[in-house]
Design a protein around this ligand. Structure first.
Ligand code: 4NP
Length: 150
């Protein structure tokens, strides 16, 4: 989950699904991504995100969509990129078991656990690489946690 669903969360989705394929457990897990806003609904990821992902041998196939309350039913884990996303998602439910599903992605980052994934939208290309590294580390941490319990 992020704001626009065109920069950070499509990358997290792509990296997670690439990882489950690599470990031959893609039949057990499925990641999708969404935005708290509908600003970019139906759009492909930002061109800079697509290019950055390609530089890391990852093809992104997602089209932006807005988060909705059904996602609390469909998914076991809802990982958000920053504090604002966290507040926006938590506002959409009163159910305690739904609230427990929502976590900051960087809770799984070995560097700066619990920090925000910065929004690269207004910055330069180096911001996209920094975001890639953060999300890559965090998704790996999350995957390890998830498969440890299984
Ligand atoms: P994202 O980045 O939340 O990582 O997809 C953004 C994309 C678009 C906007 C903000 C953040 N926007 O304001 O349109």
């Amino acid at each position: 989950m992020c704001l626009g669903n065109i920069c950070r969360s499509p990358l997290a989705e792509g990296l997670f699904n690439q990882l489950t394929k690599k470990h031959k457990v893609s039949h057990l897990f499925d990641a999708d991504s969404a935005g708290t806003s509908n600003f970019h609904k139906g759009e492909k990821p930002d061109a800079r995100t697509i290019e950055n992902a390609r530089n890391h041998d990852l093809e992104l196939r997602h089209f932006a969509r807005q988060f909705n309350s059904q996602d609390f039913v469909t998914f076991d884990h809802i990982l958000v990129m920053d504090q604002q996303n966290y507040l926006d998602v938590m506002e959409q439910t009163h159910d305690e078991s739904n609230k427990l599903k929502v976590k900051l992605l960087r809770e799984y980052d070995s560097h700066l656990p619990g920090a925000d994934v910065p929004d690269p939208w207004f910055g330069g290309d180096e911001g996209f690489e920094e975001v890639y590294e953060i999300i890559h580390r965090s998704v790996l941490g999350f995957f390890e946690e998830l498969t440890k319990k299984k």
